[in-house]
Design a protein around this ligand. Structure first.
Ligand SMILES: [Zn+2]
Length: 252
């Protein structure tokens, strides 16, 4: 099949038809999808990583020595968690799941916005900032209901840490295994707002491609040269357009 990489009505129609015909779509999302919800992309120009070296502020080694560094970087976001809302892209993906087209969303994001948008099958390979737990007794807290302080402490006196993967930590094994199974099995992999160059995204994309999945990429810049379809648009615009096209397709 010829590769399409234009942003045209024909392309949306083709992608809608492909999704409707094959279904079994697994979505891989990254920071780009959340940028439209006002979540800073840490590697973007002017991002927080320029002010705070992640190797210092977001590594498990440093967290164990001085957790206040991490909480200086992330505390505001965690405490204001309720003010960040899913955007039209998150909502469209949840809609595609309800239509029986999207099977699951695998995300590198830790903002929990896919679950907020009511996607049911979400694999958070880097964990989630929604869940906070005590390193001493394991007690779980749910944002924004966490004690004050930098860092905050559990009632037992232990330090609180979000259930996310810091630099130097292993990815959660169960989530990774599930993500690999879904990627190997899907018929379509939809890349949204991710460059898919870091792990595990890169290997999941490779698994999908190797097993014959069609690759659809929605990004503001093309990053995956082997994509079968490329839509160069913000996800918050492109995904609702695809949903509208799908609604036009008669159900047989
Ligand atoms: Zn505790």
């Amino acid at each position: 099949m010829a590769k399409r990489n234009v942003d045209s009505e024909v392309l949306y129609t083709e992608v809608a038809k492909l999704l409707t015909d094959l279904k079994q779509c697994v979505v891989l999302t990254g920071a780009g999808i959340s940028a439209e919800s006002g979540i800073p992309t840490f590697r973007s120009l002017g991002g927080l990583w320029e002010k705070y070296d992640p190797a210092v502020y977001a590594s498990i080694e440093v967290f164990r020595k001085d957790p206040s560094k991490y909480w200086i970087l992330r505390g505001d976001f965690i405490r204001n968690y309720d003010s960040y809302q899913p955007n039209n892209a998150h909502l469209a993906l949840a809609g595609l799941e309800q239509m029986g087209i999207v099977r699951c969303v695998i995300t590198q994001n830790i903002d929990g916005l896919h679950k907020k948008a009511d996607s049911k099958h979400v694999i958070e390979v880097h964990g989630s900032l929604r869940e906070i737990y005590c390193l001493a007794c394991g007690k779980e807290y749910r944002v924004p209901h966490i004690p004050g302080g930098t860092p905050p402490y559990c009632s037992c006196g232990g330090v609180l840490k979000p259930n996310t993967v810091l630099f130097g930590e292993q990815l959660p094994r169960d989530a990774l295994t599930k993500a690999q199974e879904e990627s190997a099995w899907c018929k379509i992999m939809l890349l949204v707002g991710t460059s898919a160059v870091v792990q595990p995204a890169a290997s999941l994309l490779f698994l999908a491609k190797q097993n014959g999945a069609q690759i659809i990429e929605i990004n503001i810049e093309k990053v995956f040269p082997d994509a079968d379809y490329f839509i160069m648009k913000k996800a918050g615009i492109a995904l609702p357009m695809i949903v509208e096209e799908i609604k036009k397709i008669p159900i047989l």
